[in-house]
Ligand binder design. Structure first.
Ligand code: ATP
Ligand code: HMH
Length: 272
C-alpha cells in the first residue's frame, strides 16, 4: 500500500466552483492529499446567491459512503452542507465508525445569506453530531445559533468555543472571526477543553470571500490526514486561506471565490 494521505468530504455541490465539494477537492489537491467526495445535495448557485437545491436520496448518500469506506482508507474527513436530519443521521452512523479525525464545518447559511439546512436539523447537529467531532469550525452566526450567545468580540468567541466543547461535547472548537469586523485582523479562536489559542492574520479588504469556510475546514482536514497535530494543522490551514483570500478571484457579479493556486505559488517563490 502507498502511504498517500486520503481525505474525504461529505458536502453539497457548488457548480460555480467556489464553495462546497468543489472548494474542498481543490484544497485537498493543492495540499497533496488524495481527495474523495460524497455529494449530499446539488445546489444551483453562483457568486450572487443560491438559486436552487436538489437533495440526494438518503439511501444513495449511504451507498456513496459505503463504496468509499469498504474500499479505501480515510485518514481524515470533513462535513459541509448536511441539509436535513435524515442526512445527518446517515453521516452520524458512519462518522462513529470511521477511525479518523472528523472536521465539521456546521454550514447553515451561504455567504449570500441563503439558508442551506432545515431548522430542525440544527437541533440534531447539536445533540448528535457535535459529540463525534475532532474539531468544529463555526463562523460567528453559526456559533451564535449553536450556543444561543450573542457574539460581539473575542471574549464572546471564547465563551462560545468553551460552551461548544463543554456543553455540546465537541472535542475542540474553532470559532472563526471573519464576520467580526476588526479593521486590521481576522482572528479565529480555538478551544480544546484545556486551553485557548488565537489564530490571527491580517484582514484583507475584498468582497470575494465565497467559500472561505469550506476552504479553511478542507485545509485543516488535509493537514490532519497528513497526521499533523491539530494546532499545527489549523495554523497551516489559516496561512492557506489567508493567501487564497489575498489573491481571491474577481469572477462573477457577487462574492467571488478564493484562489487555490496562490498559496502554492507563494511557497514556490519563497523556495526559488
Ligand atoms: N476579509 C478577510 N481577511 C482575512 N481573513 C478572512 C477574511 N474573511 C474571512 N477570513 C478568514 O477566513 C476563514 C473563514 O472564515 P469565515 O468567517 O469567512 O467563514 P464562513 O463564514 O464559514 O465562510 P463561508 O463564506 O464559506 O460561509 C477564517 O480563518 C477567517 O478568519
Ligand atoms: C454547497 C455549499 N456548501 C457550503 C456553502 C457555504 O459557503 C455554500 N455556499 N455552498
Amino acid at each position: 500500500m502507498t502511504n498517500i494521505s486520503c481525505a474525504l468530504t461529505i458536502a453539497g455541490s457548488d457548480p460555480s466552483g467556489g464553495a462546497g465539494i468543489q472548494a474542498d477537492l481543490k484544497t485537498f489537491q493543492e495540499l497533496q492529499t488524495y481527495g474523495m467526495s460524497v455529494i449530499t445535495s446539488l445546489t444551483a448557485q453562483n457568486t450572487t446567491g443560491v438559486q436552487g437545491v436538489h437533495h440526494a436520496p438518503i439511501d444513495f448518500i449511504n451507498q456513496q459512503i459505503e463504496s468509499i469506506t469498504n474500499d479505501i482508507p480515510v485518514h481524515a474527513f470533513k462535513t459541509g452542507m448536511l441539509a436535513s436530519v435524515e442526512v445527518m443521521e446517515t453521516v452520524a452512523k458512519h462518522a462513529a465508525k470511521i477511525d479518523a479525525p472528523f472536521v465539521m464545518d456546521p454550514v447553515m447559511v451561504a455567504t449570500s445569506g441563503d439558508p442551506l439546512i432545515a431548522e430542525e436539523a440544527q437541533d440534531y447537529l447539536k445533540a448528535h453530531l457535535l459529540p463525534l467531532t475532532t474539531v468544529v469550525t463555526p463562523n460567528v452566526p453559526e456559533a451564535e445559533t449553536i450556543t444561543g450567545l450573542t457574539i460581539r468580540n473575542l471574549n464572546d468567541m471564547e465563551n462560545a468555543a468553551r460552551m461548544i466543547v463543554k456543553k455540546f461535547g465537541a472535542k475542540s472548537a474553532l470559532v472563526k472571526g471573519g464576520h467580526i469586523i476588526d479593521k486590521e485582523k481576522a482572528v479565529d479562536v480555538f478551544y480544546d477543553g484545556e486551553s485557548f489559542h488565537r489564530f490571527t492574520s491580517k484582514r484583507i479588504y475584498t468582497k470575494n470571500t465565497h467559500g472561505t469556510g469550506c476552504t479553511l475546514s478542507a485545509a485543516i482536514t488535509a493537514y490532519l490526514a497528513k497526521d499533523y497535530p491539530i494546532l499545527q494543522a489549523i495554523e497551516y490551514a489559516k496561512t492557506y486561506i489567508t493567501q487564497a483570500i489575498e489573491h481571491s478571484l474577481d469572477i462573477g457579479e457577487g462574492s467571488g471565490p478564493t484562489n487555490h493556486w496562490a498559496p502554492r505559488i507563494k511557497k514556490e517563490m519563497e523556495i526559488s
